[in-house]
Design a binder for this molecule. Structure first.
Ligand code: PLP
Length: 389
């Protein structure tokens, strides 16, 4: 018996770029300690009061089927949060709660793509993007952002591939680069979407991890609210990766379609997880700042170390828990460098090439280990790069 073409082709036949990561995990399994700067997961666990609330509400009986688009109180809280942040009038009818941002990305693309439709996304990209677009029966087409533009995508490059496309997926603050798109970049993206009648899927799961300025959602730009689906998540903002809780914000008719999709796929999100999410959101901005703080601190630590040398260059990173480092002065590509660093110093990073062709010659560092260990790893990485020039 054969699996469907759609599901067999999710990975698109290429390498998924996780070889260095898997090799590091094998080393760990065989007893070799490895400093892992690979995965976008906090080094803290979900805060105890959030777990206590989850426990309380489950014990109180919120363990049955919950409303498919999400419980009203959580939809209201997400709408209020998004409206306060973006200034765009947003109500419960604009919000569906999803089991995490990843499920939201799949659902959003399922809602806008017909089989075979071209779905644009920006390279460098979060590793699941092309597979998610294929899973939603689209044809992924990458628009290369340029290292020389600090990975801010050019509107003209998007426009050149936009004829006949149905959607564009963007992510700011960005994984893997840590780049925050400027107002000018987002304005250019908005104009291309309007000229070419594209849906914009805006992945904003790092909206609380901004190191300079404030988060700008492209949904807030003129003429964009009716053609934008915003993907949100509490994984990164509230250190709730395992709770699988996120949302899509968009036009009401699309939320109704998405509710139909959820009825036939996930059947919603566990009520006790939603109650815990509501409780977590109610902790307010100070709590979110506290969760983001270690990454802000480690970014400063890394920038100090990088300033003291001139081999490894940082892509200007204004947000998210990652740094994209240009190691091309070593003459190695990202994969060779990451493998050599793993072998020589047992430090695991992600090759830029894991995130698309545009990030070749780079490595991505996740700032997800304790400060002193992070500083030591960054210093070792820079010294190693120097030794290879
Ligand atoms: N989008 C981006 C850019 C991410 O980096 C991630 C996770 O790392 C996700 C979406 C999915 O997050 P989750 O499904 O945990 O909400």
């Amino acid at each position: 018996m054969q699996a469907s073409k759609r599901i067999s082709n999710i990975l698109g036949g290429g390498s998924d770029g996780w070889e260095v990561f898997l090799r590091a995990r094998q080393m760990i399994a065989s007893g070799t300690p490895v400093t892992e700067l690979t995965i976008g997961e906090h080094d803290i666990r979900t805060a105890a009061p959030i777990l206590q609330e989850m426990h309380r509400t489950a014990m109180a009986g919120h363990t049955g089927y919950a409303a498919v688009p999400g419980i009203d109180s959580l939809r209201d809280a997400v709408a209020a949060r998004v409206q306060a942040q973006s200034g765009v009038p947003t109500t419960r009818g604009n919000v569906i709660i999803t089991p995490g941002g990843q499920a939201a990305l799949f659902a959003a693309h399922s809602a806008v793509l017909d089989p075979g439709d071209t779905a644009l996304y920006i390279d460098p990209y979060y590793a699941t993007y092309p597979g998610t677009l294929r899973a939603a029966s689209g044809t992924p087409v990458a628009v290369q952002a340029r290292a020389s533009d600090a990975f801010q995508p050019r509107a003209a490059d998007i426009a050149a591939l936009a004829a006949g496309a149905k959607s564009l997926l963007v992510n700011s603050p960005n994984n893997p680069t840590g780049v925050v798109y400027s107002r000018e970049t987002l304005q250019g993206i908005a104009e291309v979407c309007q000229t070419h009648d594209l849906w914009l899927i805006s992945d904003e799961v790092y909206d609380t991890q901004i190191w300079e300025g404030a988060h700008l959602s492209p949904r807030a730009l003129d003429g964009m609210a009716e053609r934008t689906l915003v993907v949100g998540s509490m994984s990164k903002s509230h250190a709730m990766t395992g709770s699988r809780i996120g949302w899509i914000v968009g036009p009401e008719d699309m939320i109704e379609h998405l509710t139909n999709l959820a009825t036939h796929t996930t059947y919603g999100v566990a009520g006790f997880i939603q109650d815990a999410a509501l409780f977590a959101l109610a902790q307010g901005a100070d709590f979110e700042t506290q969760i983001a703080e270690p990454f802000r601190r480690r970014r400063d630590i890394a920038l100090d170390i990088l300033r003291a040398q001139n081999v490894v260059k940082s892509v200007p990173n204004g947000g998210a828990m990652y740094m994209m480092l240009d190691i091309s002065a070593t003459g190695m590509d990202g994969e060779a460098f990451a493998n050599a660093l793993l072998d020589a110093h047992h430090i695991a990073t992600m090759p830029g090439e894991s995130f698309g062709a545009a990030a070749a010659g780079h490595i991505r560092v996740a700032m997800t280990i304790e400060d002193n260990a992070f500083a030591t790893a960054m210093q070792t990485l820079c010294d190693f790069a120097k030794s290879r020039t």
